[in-house]
Design a protein around this ligand. Sequence first.
Ligand SMILES: Cc1cc2nc3c(=O)[nH]c(=O)nc-3n(C[C@H](O)[C@H](O)[C@H](O)COP(=O)(O)OP(=O)(O)OC[C@H]3O[C@@H](n4cnc5c(N)ncnc54)[C@H](O)[C@@H]3O)c2cc1C
Length: 401
Amino acid sequence: MSDRRESNDSFRRAVRDWLQEHCPMSMRTDMPEHEIVWGGRKQKWFSRDAKVWLERMAERGWTVPHWPKAYGGAGLDAREVKILNEEMQRINARLPLQSFGMWMLGPALLEFASEEQKRHYLPQIARGEVRWCQGYSEPSNGSDLAGLQTTAKDCGDHFLVNGAKIWTSYADQSDWIFCLVRTDTEVPKQEGISFLLFDMESDGVSASPIPLISGASPFCQVFFDNVKVPKSQLVGKLNEGWTIAKRLLQHERQMVSVIKGNTPLARSTKLRLEKLAQHYAGDGQQINDPILRAKICHHKIDGLAFKLTMNRNLEESRTGRGDGNAASLIKYYNSELNKRKFDLLREVMGTGMLGWNGEGFSAEEIDTTRQWLRSRANSIEGGTSEVQLNVIAKRILGLPD
Ligand SMILES: Cc1cc2nc3c(=O)[nH]c(=O)nc-3n(C[C@H](O)[C@H](O)[C@H](O)COP(=O)(O)OP(=O)(O)OC[C@H]3O[C@@H](n4cnc5c(N)ncnc54)[C@H](O)[C@@H]3O)c2cc1C
């Protein structure tokens, strides 16, 4: 026991010293959303420090510290990853890189890809060289994902992909896509799906942005017109992509909650809820309305309980004890909690939260309105809340189909 404590302490000291020496001061500040580093060929560097910080962390394997060293990680165990996270949070160090590759595709490749694919794709993700997007949803198949209709025809040494995907986040800014395609139409729908990787610059791929109600345009409709994909870019076996797809969704649901809950944006709106309530519904210090006070208190307690549950679940999945279905529970609760937070903010700010642009509203009011509108998508992206409730009912509670 004391050996373990000693090794924890010495690891913590080494991490602390390294961060002290190598994390640029400008990377120890809260990160506005537009400064998030997503990596890839189209990355626009807003500062030299951000690039240096990514390079230093990637060289050490600390962008994906729990991945094996051979694939760009540092091979740290769950306890060491926790220490690294704590030490980064202690100095408010920014995440050097965020990406669908790290959160979703990477973990799926670690489980299902061939050795050659792992050695090729994973280090690129870890170093932030390639940005990935997710080609799952289609115009007629979102919740009923297994019914997808984009086809990949076997043409000897390659597939020919035809069809369309929709709501593909950042498709216009991504380099590669992980894409679900139908490779057999004669079998039950789940048994005819394959998991393909291909370059968004391949001939026949086009992406058109779709604007959101919040004013931003983070996603696209993507079209595939006779796109040639080498067979070496199939992950897993032909027609066995559904298993990979489902596992990837579990990673998505879990990580989206973890990442979203820990962004400076999320942290700052949590802090702002109280501050704004003091400002808009009080004397700057005290919130006048006892009912509003109680609601905010209730929300904070729910948030704390959720955080503890999430930490426990993360620990379980890192140590291989979870079965992955809890990701639906986490995704569901986090989405609804975030939406409730913005409903409370609306109650607090009243007409202050009707600002869209112009001079009648402060920048913070306009930003909060847009974030509130964006939060409506939380219970749709990554699978709707209704779909998560179905998974919870069937897989966790064991209720009949
Ligand atoms: C911000 C954002 C980003 C996204 N990014 C991506 C991305 O990068 N890649 C990607 O592939 N997709 C992405 N999506 C798409 C998302 O996964 C789908 O929107 C989602 O799965 C729902 O599918 P749908 O929109 O077709 O709705 P539908 O499936 O048509 O659902 C419509 C309504 O019916 C309900 N419903 C459907 N089936 C059931 C059922 N069996 N039981 C109960 N209720 C049901 C749903 O809950 C919903 O309320 C994104 C979506 C958003 C909002």
